[in-house]
Design a protein around this ligand. Structure first.
Ligand SMILES: O=C([O-])CC(=O)C(=O)O
Ligand SMILES: [Mg+2]
Length: 610
């Protein structure tokens, strides 16, 4: 039988193709033989060589194919297609004559043309769809565009637009871009993994769609997030696209609007919870290890709080995993804080931190700050936590609430009288740093920001919730309400803002600065576990990329235009930690890890075909 998946073609060795061709030839010969014996042929003298027309509706036929990436197949293969950039020689040797118009383009010219057409779309979602279509048509051009125009296109393929894309994923869905594993696949997950056309997977981003950005439960439509994150793994971090696997685990949704939507693409049932949920995840995690080995990285993304901490705790000692919302976000925020000390003076231990939001991001950041201070000062982490305060939906987290708190909030229950509002907490705690991770927009009100500015020469404000609609305040609000005193950064991007004749450049404290480099460092060192010290190393590497020139403009993050260089630096530092901790398996250890990281990075320039 010569049935195989088209994606298999590039990885099939020559002898295998030969055998398949021989098998096909045998089949064709026998078909021709039976026709010579006087069996039916199609009228008009055109022989039905493949037996397609003789088959009746209820007769089973095999959709067999021999695919070699040439001719029309080559044009339809996004991994190899170059469109008009196929050279004259390639057009001759790959049977492309006539399949393309005569003009021969360069990748640079194609890039210019596409940027022009993307800029012509006014609606961000249309830009997103255009980018996704490009990815499905010509993968290298997609990544070239993204890398060369990262500041402009990141908000298109990532936050904020990816949030809207997830909300409308059902209606813009055309082709699967990742793997869907639902309750229906229970007991068969290993088989499902084998259906994915690529074998050598290095990074998996997985979500169950329950807490997509700050937008809540989007069920199966959360797939946009793993797809977007993995595009950044390639564009910003240098992981080969074929080594990336986006996965959505669909256990249902509690979003009634989706359940009522006839176009909803997921399971139409309420979320499975408890043992059944954890059994499915256990089957998934085992199948991943069985299929891809010990060194495949699994990034947990946008799980709800009640599962995120538990899954991380359960698998961090047996698998190479991290949770981006807990650990990636923590690492990027810590980098911004460390960098901001250059502007503020003093050390982290001199500051008081107040969070609005005590979920994954809030408690994850808080814990990493406490760990960093403890590492630097040798003060036990139980002590360093005491300068960090969290407010959740019920008010300040204090010791009198301890009994009723979820376990991940308990370390933050310090001695204090109960306070119910953020404003009261700001007035009482007098923080120097205010961090929003609540997922609720416009919660840093004018009163709150003014109270913060009243007790700080230069208040540090981080409005981290995504997408833009969920940001705790805008850049403009932060700068105007503090009369230009604030150092501001946010999770989703804001444009520079001019206040009182001075231009302020907000930072984007988004985990996109960290996870591509962190993941790449794990992959190139063959790490088998993620350790907190690697997160601290990633933070320091990022903070070290902020130069005096950036500080002079009030920036606490380096510009994203340099992100490939930043990621290589982060990867090198993370790999170094992996080796130091004895968690790296790629031996011998390269002498220059930065050079090694750079040399391993995927570049999207076209290749020449023989
Ligand atoms: O996706 C982003 O922009 C950052 C993130 O992980 C989240 O908000 O959940
Ligand atoms: Mg996330």
């Amino acid at each position: 039988m010569c049935v195989h998946r088209p994606h298999d073609v590039p990885s099939i060795v020559a002898s295998e193709i030969h055998i398949k061709l021989l098998n096909c030839k045998e089949k064709m010969d026998s078909t021709l033989e039976s026709m010579k014996d006087g069996e039916a042929t199609v009228g008009g003298g055109v022989e039905d060589v493949y037996g397609e027309d003789r088959a009746t509706e209820d007769q089973l036929v095999t959709p067999w194919t021999v695919s070699v990436a040439s001719g029309y197949t080559l044009l339809r293969d996004p991994r190899h297609n170059k469109g008009l950039a196929f050279t004259e020689r390639e057009r001759d040797s790959h049977y492309l004559r006539g399949l393309l118009p005569p003009a021969v383009s360069t990748q640079e010219l194609q890039e210019r043309k596409l940027m022009q057409s993307i800029r012509n779309y006014e609606v961000p979602l249309h830009k997103y769809v255009a980018m996704m279509e490009l990815e499905e048509r010509n993968e290298r051009l997609f990544y070239k565009l993204l890398i060369d125009n990262v500041e402009e296109l990141l908000p298109v393929v990532y936050t904020p637009t990816v949030g809207e894309a997830c909300q409308k994923y059902g209606s813009i869905f055309k082709r699967p871009q990742g793997l869907y594993i639902s309750m229906k696949e229970k007991g068969k997950i290993l088989e499902v993994l084998k259906n994915w056309p690529e074998r050598s997977i290095q990074v998996i981003v997985v979500t169950d769609g329950e807490r997509i950005l700050g937008l809540g439960d989007l069920g199966c439509q959360g797939m946009g997030i793993p797809v977007g994150k993995l595009a950044l793994y390639t564009a910003l971090g240098g992981v080969r696209p074929s080594a990336c696997l986006p996965i959505t685990i669909d256990v249902g949704t509690n979003n009634q609007k989706l359940l009522d939507d006839e176009f909803y693409i997921g399971l139409k049932q309420k979320r499975t919870t408890g043992k059944e949920y954890y059994d499915l995840l256990e089957e998934f995690m085992s199948a991943v290890k069985q299929n891809y080995g010990e060194k495949v990285l699994v990034q947990f993304e946008d799980f709800a709080n009640h599962n995120a901490f538990e899954l991380l705790a359960k698998y961090r000692n047996t698998h190479l995993v991290f949770n981006d919302d807990i650990q990636g976000t923590a690492s990027v925020v810590l980098a911004g804080l460390v960098a901001s000390l250059k502007l503020l003076g003093g050390s982290l231990a001199d500051h008081t931190f107040l969070f609005l939001g005590a979920g994954e991001a809030g408690t994850g950041i808080a814990e990493l700050i406490a760990l960093e201070i403890s590492t630097k000062t040798n003060i036990p982490v139980e002590e360093t936590r005491k300068k960090i305060w969290l407010v959740d939906s019920k008010g300040l987290i204090v010791s009198s609430r301890k009994e009723s708190l979820q376990h991940f909030k308990q370390p933050w229950a310090h001695e204090h009288e109960p306070l119910t509002t953020l404003l009261d907490a700001v007035k009482a705690i007098k923080p120097s740093v205010l961090i929003g991770t609540s997922g609720v927009g416009q919660t840093f009100t004018k009163d709150v920001i003014e109270a913060l500015a009243a007790v700080n020469e230069r208040p540090l404000i981080m409005a981290l919730s995504n997408p833009t609609s969920q940001a705790e305040c805008t850049a403009e609000q932060a700068y105007t309400w503090t009369k230009g005193k604030a150092i501001f950064s946010s999770g989703s991007p804001f444009d520079p803002y001019e206040y009182d004749g001075k231009l302020f450049i907000p930072g984007q404290a988004n985990n996109a600065y960290i996870f591509p480099g962190l993941g790449f460092g794990l992959v190139i060192s063959g790490a088998i576990r993620v350790h907190d010290e690697m997160l601290l190393a990633a933070s320091e590497a990022l903070a070290n990329q902020v130069t005096q020139e950036h500080y002079d403009k009030g920036m606490i993050y380096p510009p994203l235009t340099n992100i490939r260089k930043i990621s290589a630096n982060i990867a090198a530092k993370v790999a170094e930690k992996a080796y130091d901790l004895g968690l790296a398996t790629r031996l011998p250890r390269p002498t220059d890890l930065l050079k090694y990281a750079e040399s391993c990075m995927y570049t999207p320039n076209y290749r020449s075909y023989r």
